[in-house]
Design a protein around this ligand. Structure first.
Ligand code: PGA
Length: 249
């Protein structure tokens, strides 16, 4: 963590939760404030309004897990950036590996989604990461650079406004986390790419995601180019998520 950048911890609830559980979780996290980091939760679309109502008056932010690349129109099932903005979203995940994998999202679509979000004042958290096969083939750097380059190209002068999340696919939901050194090495590559492209790499936040837990968060966040985390499973348990939020400062 670098003092130039305020750390950020984002919970990615994925397709989990229900009203009573959400209320209890958010109340516990809100009660644990203040944190030394920015904290946000990315919840299923249908819970955005009530999440907004429950978090109003706190400094915890909320966001969505996906956004349409289109402004409006005949796109059944999609949700626009303007709608997210209307729900008070500060963030939206784009290009999560589960979207790339299960919904065939290519780099160009991810870039268009990031642009749509920024156009409505919602900060895209752009996820990049390699599969195990790609890592074993020595392609990690090339893969993440290609994924990020597509977004940088599309956002052009606004690129500095996004947040980047490095999430090795092999570490997501597997309990197999990247070592702090493995993660740091990729973060450093991404930061120099951002710096070269935008001139603002030093002030941009790059989160690590993939089996971040209460007991490994501090070591990951201690790395100079890791500015916080994108937390899946552990963000659903109040005590664990709070511990992780406290580890980022
Ligand atoms: P995980 O998920 O923490 O459960 O590995 C992270 C993510 O997919 O964002």
């Amino acid at each position: 963590m670098n003092p130039q950048r305020r750390p950020l911890v984002v919970g990615n609830w994925k397709m989990h939760g229900n009203r009573p559980a959400n209320t209890e979780l958010l109340a516990a996290v809100a009660a644990a404030r203040p944190f030394g980091a920015d904290v946000a939760v990315c919840v299923p679309f249908v819970y955005l309004t009530e999440t907004a109502a429950q978090l109003a008056g706190t400094d915890i932010r909320w966001g969505a897990q996906d956004v349409s690349a289109h402004a409006q129109g005949a796109y059944t099932g999609e949700v626009s950036a303007a709608m997210l903005a209307e729900c008070g979203c500060r963030y939206v995940l784009v290009g999560h590996s589960e979207r790339r994998q299960h919904h065939g999202e290519a780099d160009e679509l991810v870039a268009a989604k990031a642009q749509a979000a920024l156009g409505k004042g919602v900060t895209p958290i752009v996820c990049v990461g390699e599969t195990l096969e790609q890592r074993d083939a020595g392609q990690t750097e090339a893969v993440v650079k290609r994924q990020l380059a597509a977004v940088i190209r599309e956002l052009a002068h606004c690129a500095a406004e996004m947040v980047v999340a490095y999430e090795p696919v092999w570490a997501i939901g597997t309990g197999r986390t990247a070592t702090p050194e493995q993660a740091q090495a990729v973060h450093a590559v991404l930061r120099s790419q951002l710096q070269a492209a935008s001139g603002h790499g030093e002030r941009m936040r790059i989160l690590y995601g993939g089996s971040v837990k209460a007991d490994n968060a501090a070591a990951l966040f201690a790395q100079p180019d890791i500015d916080g985390g994108l937390i899946g499973g552990a963000s659903l348990k109040a005590a664990d998520f709070i511990t992780i939020c406290r580890a980022a400062r």
